[in-house]
Write a protein that binds this ligand. Structure first.
Ligand code: CO
Length: 134
């Protein structure tokens, strides 16, 4: 079921500042900021050749990363995203195994215009897992 690592996401308190560090200090290619109101975040992607780093900043009052940043004010690793071929089949397999799918359980459209699901970190060794249909 599990495919390639699509990205590792870091929550950051200031997206412009974090993007500048990746672009100017680390010399990476960084995409333009993209607001994702349905997910409560603004994102940029950093191209690191074999995968991407997603930098996340809260968007709106009820951002799902607000509590994370309250606990980690300077930012930190927020989730890892793996690719799957079929998000509905992945969802059904996970539910059958007892894993908790976050939200209403239905895939949402993610930053790449593809369906995504998030899985409860307590079921995956303390790491929030995103699945994206490749
Ligand atoms: Co992500």
């Amino acid at each position: 079921m599990l495919g390639r690592l699509n990205h590792v996401a870091l929550a950051v308190p200031d997206l412009a500042a974090a993007a500048a560090v990746y672009r100017d200090t680390l010399g990476a290619r960084v995409t333009a900021p993209q607001a994702l109101p349905e997910h409560g975040v603004t994102v940029v992607f950093v191209d690191v050749g074999n995968t991407r780093i997603e930098l996340l900043e809260p968007l709106g009052e009820a951002s799902p990363i607000a509590a994370f940043l309250a606990k980690n004010p300077s930012g930190g690793m927020h989730h890892v995203c793996y690719e799957v071929d079929d998000i509905v089949a992945a969802h059904d397999r996970l539910k059958a195994s007892g894993a908790r799918v976050l939200g209403d359980g239905n895939p949402k459209i993610g930053a790449h215009g593809k369906p995504v699901l998030f899985l409860h970190p307590k079921d995956f060794f303390g790491t929030l897992v995103e699945l994206e249909q490749a």
